[in-house]
Design a protein around this ligand. Structure first.
Ligand SMILES: NC(=O)c1ccc[n+]([C@@H]2O[C@H](COP(=O)([O-])OP(=O)(O)OC[C@H]3O[C@@H](n4cnc5c(N)ncnc54)[C@H](OP(=O)(O)O)[C@@H]3O)[C@@H](O)[C@H]2O)c1
Length: 224
């Protein structure tokens, strides 16, 4: 049975991924900041682990608890968006720091912390959740400064990770869920089940040759 660890699995896209991968017969580990507030995830049958993805000590503790367990796919999904409408002069250094801690260091830290688990598995895959907002070439309306910067930096580091880890047999891929109706978007956008059905299809089909790509829920490449 294939296994997947999904960060930020208590709500939104992460919760629906836990549900759909579980229904497809995967063994799912969902990480959450507050296990006592993860009833919806618990109902999916997923195993629940505590993780604050922006805290190195929390990543170390997770790695220690999971030591020796093969994990086929580590999916760094947890992410935040702040002050999406703010102009450039209103983006504070503290906001950049907070958004980068979760959206950039979180995924890189998770991949590094669980690299041995991934290497011990069949599929050997690490995925981070990117966004069309990461794209420099497709940015045609501005705004979302800290969010765009964090996801563009995530693409850059995941791409470097792909160059380094593909030789060890690890597929390092970025995915884009589309504009999805969750708390992050004020519940505007695609139904989450539709986006996640596409993401699951992409994850199922990933090969080592997909390392370094950014792939949309629709299977299409996302522009850099
Ligand atoms: N929705 C979209 O249209 C869209 C588009 C492109 C990309 N994305 C990306 O998709 C991912 C999921 O987004 P979503 O729409 O599902 O957002 P969401 O509904 O706001 O859920 C975000 C999830 O991330 C978790 N999280 C945030 N900070 C965390 C931290 N420091 N440690 C651990 N967990 C943390 C949240 O947990 P708590 O409940 O504890 O806060 C929650 O489970 C994000 O990376 C987002 O950037 C979303």
């Amino acid at each position: 049975m294939a296994s997947i660890l999904i960060s930020g699995a208590n709500r939104g896209i992460g919760l629906e991924m836990a549900r759909q991968f579980g229904n497809a017969g995967w063994q799912v580990i969902g990480t959450v900041r507050r296990p006592d507030q993860a009833d919806a995830l618990r109902e999916t049958g997923a195993r629940i682990e505590e993780l604050d993805a922006s805290e190195p000590a929390s990543l170390d503790a997770l790695a220690e608890r999971l030591e020796g367990e093969p994990i086929d796919v580590v999916f760094a999904n947890a992410g935040i968006a702040r002050n999406l409408e703010a102009g450039p002069a209103d983006v504070a250094a503290d906001e950049m720091k907070e958004v980068f801690a979760t959206n950039l260091w979180g995924p890189i830290g998770l991949a590094c912390a669980l690299k041995r688990n991934v290497l011990a598995s069949e599929r050997k895959t690490v995925i981070a959740m990117s966004s069309l907002m990461s794209s420099v070439s497709a940015n045609d309306w501005g705004t979302q400064y800290s969010y765009r910067a964090s996801k563009a930096a995530l693409n850059a580091l995941w791409s470097a990770l792909a160059r380094e880890w593909t030789g060890e047999g690890i597929t390092c891929t970025l995915l884009r869920p589309g504009f999805v109706a969750t708390e992050m978007t004020g519940n505007r956008g695609l139904p989450v089940a539709e986006s996640v059905a596409g993401l699951c299809r992409v994850v199922e089909s990933l090969r080592l040759s997909d390392s370094g790509r950014i792939i949309g829920y629709d299977g299409r490449d996302v522009p850099w």
